[in-house]
Design a protein. Structure first.
Length: 319
């Protein structure tokens, strides 16, 4: 009987030691994560064509979606017309009057000058005759009125001639130049809006979700394409407050991939507390009530090799 009790005691001690040994060896389960990329249009439009499918791998600059925005074409015609008109106004102000316009103004000036000289001679004759009482006062007044009218026409023609010879005022040239730049800016804005009809891949990425289909209306800011960058792979673990002090930032750890029987070297890049209880996700949430939980991020040293891993792939960390 004593021998049986002794054997049972030995078994219990071995079991306890084994349990202690396993409890000291921490095994954490995590997941493969990647940075997501969400693409949304700036303009409202109907989806005309989708060039990709879910799980496709695309290159930077590839066209993913084309939208139909008919309002932009109408604005383009308006902007082109305004730019054409403003450009010609500026050119006309910059170069001044043409040779034909100058000749016409000079001819008007010479005609007004001749009319003024004739009116002055007529007034002198009528004045002498009026002194000799050969003509009436009415006739003299009419001659003086014609002289004043001829002088006004001459002054106007002279001012027009001087304006043509000096050219357009600098203020007017600057004003037309400003109108030209304003029209060009509107035209450039419309061309930018035309380019916004296409949703382009900003980087090499894998398409994960296509939220809308051809024929549906896409609103500004609504994500049509959601994907991820394969080179942004990282491993996510949730670790409790009692275990977090065993991890050091910038240290290298070995991550196991049990289902493909491979390992990867990864660097611990960040340790962040998970503030909301709803985000405290862990395969084995065995933490005490009130105990803080931290999200630990490991970035693989070989990013190209990790690019082939699938999202939410299970990984293990032994410590």
């Amino acid at each position: 009987m004593k021998k049986i009790v002794h054997q049972i005691g030995i078994v219990m001690i071995v079991t306890a030691l084994s349990a202690c040994s396993h409890s000291n060896k921490m095994v954490l389960e995590g997941k493969v994560k990647r940075e997501t990329i969400s693409l949304a249009p700036k303009l409202a439009g109907r989806i005309l064509k989708i060039y990709v499918s879910e799980s496709d791998v695309v290159k930077a600059g590839d066209t993913l979606v084309m939208l139909d925005v008919p309002e932009v074409n109408a604005k383009l015609q308006q902007a082109e017309g305004a730019t054409f008109s403003a450009t010609n106004q500026y050119e006309m102000a910059l170069h001044g009057a043409t040779a034909e316009q100058k000749n016409q103004v000079i001819a008007l000036y010479n005609s007004a000058k001749e009319q003024l000289q004739l009116a002055e001679k007529s007034v002198n004759r009528v004045r002498n005759m009026f002194k000799d009482s050969l003509v009436s006062a009415q006739t003299y007044d009419e001659a003086v009125s014609k002289l004043n009218l001829a002088r006004l026409q001459y002054d106007a023609a002279l001012a027009k001639k001087q304006e043509v010879e000096k050219g357009v005022r600098d203020e007017q040239v600057k004003m037309t130049q400003g109108q030209k730049k304003q029209a060009e800016g509107v035209l450039k804005e419309v061309h930018v809006a035309l380019n916004e009809r296409y949703i382009i891949a900003p980087i090499d990425m894998t398409i994960e979700t296509i939220a809308l289909h051809e024929g549906e209306l896409a609103l500004p800011g609504y994500n049509i394409i959601i994907g991820y960058n394969p080179l942004s792979t990282w491993f996510r673990f949730t670790i409790t407050e009692s275990q977090i002090m065993q991890f050091k930032k910038d240290s290298i750890y070995t991550i196991e991939l049990p289902f493909i029987q491979k390992t990867a070297q990864a660097r611990l890049t960040s340790i962040n507390e998970i503030a909301k209880y709803g985000n405290k996700t862990s395969p084995y949430p065995s933490y005490q009530m009130g105990e803080a939980v931290y999200e630990v991020k490991f970035v693989p040293e070989d990013k190209k090799a990790a690019a082939d891993l699938l999202n939410n792939f299970t990984v293990l960390l032994k410590k």
